[in-house]
Design a protein around this ligand. Structure first.
Ligand code: GLN
Length: 497
């Protein structure tokens, strides 16, 4: 395997800065890898070969001219296909946006381009980020590089698969109910949902605006932190963007240390439905934290049990409003003939998949007068109770931990016709989205039953994102002896060339 594709972003950055390798070489190596394996992994919807090489050449020229460049200059980044990108299509995994080239750039991809990162392509996703497997993509599913018959998780499954398959060292995702952490966990990589408002939503096609949070993927904790830092910060173009300094995540990732840290194990996230191998790795990770000097206690968050039903009222309600703009007039697909109303109806019937339609109907129902108080109003009250559970917990501990998702990667097709089973993948991740705080998924080993990766979820209070990296870096370093570092060693049977 080409050495350049197995290097971490931090290593690539050091080699680029030292002049040992050029951005063109790094980019070409990753494009070659995509050409070799992506017919099987199907992580990408669009590979930006020419644009990526042109930008890499520009970075090499600037470096040769002695310009000071940031840490990600020349490092490839794969982009979930819901960030608007000038010069690249943006589909959100939906047929309704097939062929749409956005006229403007998302704040985050713009910042990354300015920092010299090389955007290598757009990755597959569940349609409009609704799903946990990428099977809701209008363009066919991505596959898990650990086992091509399994899902890579979702909705940011293409991004996670690309990083796990060494097609890119870094990738962007978005997390509304777990769509960064769950795919990271089942692909054996690191993924972070930053504090809501810590990363800009401008140019990120809206799913549920009060929940949507862009965030990073990497194969190591430090890599995720490097991307987290580069993509974050106040954006006047996003009205919910937080005007506060970015938490010192890179610094924290370099100094994993949990001595004296108070860690709460969420009591509600265990028991029936949790795969034994996932629980075994989680329990070991908690014991490990204790052996490293953390003070571990069990914490009850009684309302977390209601997070999933509350989410499936709040998210679809926002969907019913946000997706009204796809009317066959403004973007992408236009189907049918007749009056404007008929064209709209036919376009939406042809362009949206089953899950998107299900949520538009659910949300429209939940928001209709007569039901609003009973459904949407109640769900918002539950949301407040979940925020209070977090506040009470963080009065006693510095971070909370749980498994990321109850099982390892499941077979393609297994849950495709069973929305409830699919929704359960996000049981442990949704409370953080509803409350707006921060959480990370860090690999904690392989489940005995199937040899597939399991993830440890660490949750921190809003704007304490650095704590996540401190804990995750400590876990990563301590697990190195047992599982190898990064966890995804070539020897683990990942698809070969
Ligand atoms: N799987 C969840 C859903 O379908 C979460 C998706 C997400 O975080 N974007 O809504």
């Amino acid at each position: 395997m080409d050495e350049l594709i197995t290097m971490t972003a931090a290593q690539l950055s050091a080699a680029l800065t030292a002049g040992e390798v050029t951005a063109v070489e790094v980019t070409a190596a990753h494009l070659d890898r995509i050409a070799d394996v992506d017919d099987r992994v199907r992580a990408f919807l669009h590979v930006a070969s020419d644009d990526a090489l042109a930008r890499a050449r520009a970075i090499d020229r600037r470096r040769a001219a002695g310009e000071p460049l940031g840490p990600l200059a020349g490092v490839p980044v794969a982009v979930k296909d819901l960030f608007t990108t000038v010069g690249m299509p943006t589909t959100c995994g939906s047929r309704i946006l097939d062929g749409w080239y956005p006229p403007y750039e998302s704040t985050i991809t713009g910042r990354l381009r300015d920092a010299g990162a090389v955007l290598i392509g757009k990755t597959n996703m569940d349609e409009f980020a609704m799903g946990s497997s990428t099977e809701n993509s209008g363009f066919g599913p991505s596959r898990n590089p650990w086992d091509l018959a399994k899902v890579p998780g979702g909705s940011s499954g293409g991004s996670a698969a690309a990083v796990a398959a060494y097609e890119a060292p870094l990738a962007l995702g978005s997390d509304t109910g777990g769509s960064i952490r769950q795919p990271a966990a089942v692909c054996g990589i690191v993924g972070t949902k930053p504090t809501y408002g810590g990363s800009s939503r401008y140019g990120v096609v809206a799913f549920a605006s009060s929940l949507d949070t862009p965030g990073p993927f990497g194969r190591t904790v430090l890599d995720a932190a490097l991307l987290h830092e580069a993509m974050s910060g106040h954006d006047p173009m996003d009205s919910t963007s937080i005007d506060a300094p970015v938490p010192p995540v890179v610094e924290a990732a370099r100094h994993g240390d949990v001595a004296g840290l108070r860690v709460g194990v969420v009591a509600e996230f265990s028991g029936e439905g949790y795969q034994p191998g996932v629980m075994a790795r989680f329990t070991e990770a908690v014991e490990l934290l204790e052996s490293l000097g953390a003070k571990v206690a069990e914490i009850s968050c009684p309302h977390f049990t209601y997070a999933l039903p509350a989410y499936y009222l709040i998210a679809p309600s926002e969907v019913s409003s946000n997706l009204a703009r796809f009317d066959g007039m403004r973007y992408g697909l236009r189907a049918g003939t007749g009056s404007a109303e008929e064209v709209m109806a036919q376009t939406r019937a042809a362009g949206f998949g089953a899950e998107v339609k299900r949520r538009i109907m659910l949300g429209t129902y939940a928001l209709s007068s007569g039901y609003y108080d009973a459904y949407y109003g109640k769900a918002q009250q539950v949301r407040t109770l979940i925020i209070r559970d977090f506040e009470a917990a963080f009065g006693q501990v510095d971070v909370l931990v749980s498994p990321v998702t109850p099982t390892t990667a499941f077979p393609l097709g297994e849950r495709a016709d069973d929305p409830m089973a699919m929704y359960l993948a996000d049981l442990c991740t949704i409370p953080t989205d509803l409350a707006g705080n921060a959480a990370i998924s860090v690999p904690c080993g392989l489940a005995d039953e199937d040899g597939l990766p399991a993830g440890l979820q660490v949750m921190a209070p809003p704007l304490a994102d650095d704590r996540l990296y401190r804990v995750a870096a400590a876990v990563e370093a301590a697990l190195e002896d047992r599982w190898g570092h990064p966890l995804l060693a070539e020897a683990k049977g990942l698809i070969a060339k």
